[in-house]
Design a protein around this ligand. Structure first.
Ligand SMILES: [Zn+2]
Length: 182
């Protein structure tokens, strides 16, 4: 098991579509367990295989109220209902958060580490996390779903060497400092 570096934008692997896992063998399990270690070391909620440079359809989730991490192979959203605005961040886009459109609920299907089919209906954070991670497997980042371009903002002060603005404590990114994330 290993804590691996997480790829960050603009790494092109983050924009590639991951391949289906044909058999959940030792190699695939190894990738999944490395992803769990990497996710937990980063303190995140979810991680997709693209983010550690592996183009396989594998996601891992660590829900705050759950003791162990979830591992899913070939995850699919088979139904999505409703739209809501939620705040989101991504380990591959450090120090930013944005307001995005997500579904109210989803129906999920995937395979677990012992090759069993898992299905569930999800709402709230679990639904959001599944959508975010399945997007990664299709080369999609949350910044593609921003409610508006201005709804992307920094969560950390990047540089304190020139803070002659009144709003230096405000982490909202104004239009003059908005970055292009595509
Ligand atoms: Zn992400």
């Amino acid at each position: 098991m290993a804590n691996l570096p997480i790829l960050e934008i603009p790494n092109p692997i983050l924009r590639k579509r991951a391949k289906r896992v044909r058999s959940i063998d030792k190699k695939m399990l190894r990738i999944a367990y490395d992803m769990v270690d990497t996710l937990n070391a980063a303190g995140g909620i979810g991680l997709a295989a693209n983010q550690i440079g592996q183009l396989w359809r594998i996601i891992v989730l660590q829900m705050p109220e759950e003791e162990s991490s979830r591992i899913y192979f070939n995850p699919e959203i088979i139904k999505a209902e409703g739209t809501r605005e939620v705040e989101e961040g991504c380990l591959s886009i450090p120090n930013y958060r944005g307001l995005v459109n997500r579904s109210v609920s989803i129906k999920f299907q995937g395979k677990d580490y012992s090759d069993n089919i898992v299905t569930f209906k999800a709402e709230n954070l679990l639904s959001q996390a599944v959508e975010h991670e399945v997007d990664h497997l299709n080369g999609i980042l949350y910044t593609d779903h921003l409610v508006a371009h201005s709804e992307l903002y920094r969560v950390e002060e990047p540089d304190t060497s020139h803070t002659n603005e009144d709003s230096s404590n405000d982490d909202y990114l104004n239009s003059s400092s908005t970055i292009e994330l595509k």
